[in-house]
Design a protein around this ligand. Structure first.
Ligand code: SAH
Ligand code: SF4
Length: 385
């Protein structure tokens, strides 16, 4: 049984999966009874059509249908095609603790919500993951406590839009906001680092910023995707903020958490983007002084608002050239950010050996920068600071 977990965010992710499936086709020809299942966003997006397009696929299982896997596998074993792509309004998998097979035993991700209600016009997530729902705070805290008891030292709380986390406890009627949840995880132990991703610029509150500032173990690092620096493009993207609003948030972060690391996501070549619009993105990168950025060229996704309403009219070579310029700009900004750190001392959580030289440890600073240092200078082990 081979289960392929998939991503649909950009076309390239899906093409990678298609290629992987052709490898399994060969294996399947020589192994009688072998089953292949496609899980996750690509299953949700393509549904039964995936089986018509990829004949070797026996199971198609959407992101909310994992609980039905045993039944679906049984069905597929008896020769039927098994599909479950129902999206749920309340499934958060709160009571299912993941097995962390590829873990370093030091850092772990903990999911605090599923889905997204934001409807950015370029994005397929609301269609593949469904409505936003928050996970029971008690279950998030219990999982984090359990990880700490097992020796984990760093927890990253995950959601598409963590700042809109909201949970009301049925018994006490008490509400938990994201800031309150952050605080409760931080209180598990001062030696447990807490991180989170992703924040939407429209939703991140002062309360969250003050909570980060108050607790030494909540890392001074915020990932705040901007996508574009031009107001007209931002509006077409349905991001619901302007560049002025965004800059005000950046200034607020720097005011409340002066040494905060900040990173972002950027899309180049979105529908109708001009050279001037693109320059405005470069300008806002320079004003924001990002430490790091994840950068992509626009990939049209079927079914999204942008696909239905706007023409994907920026030619691929222009998208890619703009991407190169964005990447070069970020290279300079990262270099500057690293130069500013020369001569400073950082607290680093050791999470492995350097990939290039096993005489060196590697780990991250509070601001999420990777640091590498010689083992011989320190008597420490994995998971130490
Ligand atoms: N929920 C997060 C982002 C999730 S997707 C947020 O709103 O910030 C991660 C990133 O992928 C996005 O921030 C965006 O930069 C990129 N992305 C999403 N859809 C894309 C598309 N159609 N083409 C190119 N990049 C895309
Ligand atoms: Fe997609 Fe926007 Fe939701 Fe992020 S906030 S997952 S970009 S729709």
């Amino acid at each position: 049984l081979v289960l392929v977990n998939t991503c649909s965010i950009r076309e390239k992710a899906e093409l990678t999966i298609r290629k992987r499936l052709t490898e399994f086709r060969k294996a399947k020809e020589s192994k009688k009874g072998m089953l292949v299942g496609v899980l996750g966003c690509m299953a949700e997006r393509l549904k039964g059509k995936l089986m018509e397009e990829e004949k070797l696929v026996d199971l198609v299982v959407g992101p909310d249908a994992y609980r039905s896997l045993p039944l679906l596998i049984e069905e597929a074993s008896s020769g039927q095609k098994a599909v479950n792509v129902l999206l749920s309004r309340d499934e958060t998998y709160a009571d299912i603790a993941p097995i962390r097979l590829d873990s370093n035993g030091v850092s772990a991700f903990v999911s605090i919500m599923r889905g997204c209600n934001n409807m950015c016009s370029f994005c397929v997530v609301p269609f593949t993951r469904g409505r936003e729902r928050s996970r029971d705070a008690k279950s998030v805290i219990a999982e984090s406590q359990d990880l700490f008891n097992k020796g984990y030292k760093e927890i990253t709380l995950l959601g598409q839009n963590v700042d809109s986390y909201y949970w009301i406890d049925e018994q006490s009627n008490k509400a938990t906001t994201f800031a309150a949840l952050l605080q409760q995880i931080a209180l598990i132990s001062p030696s447990l680092r807490v991180r989170f991703s992703t924040s939407h610029p429209k939703d991140i509150t002062d309360e969250v910023l003050y909570t980060i500032a108050k607790y030494e173990n909540i890392c001074n690092y915020i990932h705040l995707p901007i996508q574009s620096g031009n107001n007209r493009v931002l509006q077409l993207m349905n991001r619901t903020y302007t560049r002025e609003w965004y800059m005000a948030k950046i200034n607020r972060i720097r005011e409340i958490i002066p040494d905060c690391g900040i990173s972002t996501d950027i899309i180049t070549g979105f529908c109708t983007e001009t050279e001037e619009d693109h320059q405005e993105t470069i300008e806002i990168m320079q004003s924001s002084k990002y430490d790091y950025a994840y950068m992509y060229f626009y990939s049209e996704r079927p079914g999204t608002l942008a696909e239905r309403r706007y023409e994907d009219d920026v030619p691929e070579e222009i998208k890619k050239r703009r991407l190169t310029e964005i990447v070069d700009t970020q290279y300079q900004l990262s270099l500057q950010s690293n130069r500013n750190d020369v001569g400073k001392t950082f607290k680093v959580l050791v999470d492995g050996e350097s990939k290039k030289d096993n005489n060196y440890w590697k780990g991250r600073t509070d601001q999420n920068k990777v640091a590498v240092f010689p083992k011989e200078n320190f008597e420490i082990k994995m998971g130490d600071y």
